[in-house]
Design a protein around this ligand. Structure first.
Ligand code: SF4
Ligand code: SF4
Length: 168
């Protein structure tokens, strides 16, 4: 792709900055009559003009089946692919040979919200979520265990779709 370069010549004589100052003030003045876009957060979290993208990647959520059990089958793919190494999985197996997570934790503080865990999960169990209000007072509170991940109720991310790059 060609890159356009615009060459600006320095003025060779003394110039007055009055014109530039007036232009700047005119721009400021025009903005006084334009609609304001300030949102009164946290009372206001979305408007008809602005809301979080469904592709937003935030706080994780573990989906559950109809019996309320985690859909995770402890295959080990998500901790394997996680670039931040922030997923801890200890797999278990029941008497019928079904695998399930004995321990499943995500450190949201170390996570870089790449969404790989969601993409790789064969059971569509773990998801990044359309959610960002996860501030805590202590670092240990950012480690979400299976119960906490499963109790999240926010929408899950639709991620970026290569066949629909603009999300239309
Ligand atoms: S979003 Fe990325 S960094 Fe975060 S837990 Fe998933 S794979 Fe790891
Ligand atoms: S990829 Fe999915 S099924 Fe496999 S361990 Fe991770 S959450 Fe569980």
């Amino acid at each position: 792709m060609a890159i356009g370069v615009k060459v600006l010549r320095r003025p060779e004589t003394d110039v007055s900055y009055v014109r530039a100052t007036l232009k700047g003030m005119a721009l400021t003045f025009r903005h006084m009559f334009r609609p304001k876009w300030t949102m009164q957060y946290p009372e206001e979290k979305s408007t008809t003009d602005w809301s979080l993208s469904p592709r937003w990647r935030g706080t994780h959520r573990m989906l559950t089946d109809q019996q309320g059990r985690s859909k995770c089958v402890a295959c080990g793919l998500c901790p394997q692919i996680c670039p931040a190494n922030c997923i801890k999985l200890v797999p278990g197996e029941d008497e019928d040979g079904n695998r399930y997570p004995l321990i499943y934790e995500i450190d949201e503080f170390r996570c870089v919200f790449c969404g790989y865990c969601q993409e790789v999960c064969p059971e569509e169990a773990i998801h990044v979520g359309v959610h960002y209000e996860n501030a805590e007072y202590g670092r240990d509170r950012f480690v979400y265990d299976l119960e906490r991940l499963s109790s999240q109720t926010h929408p899950v991310s639709s991620l970026w779709d290569p066949s629909d790059p603009k999300g239309e």
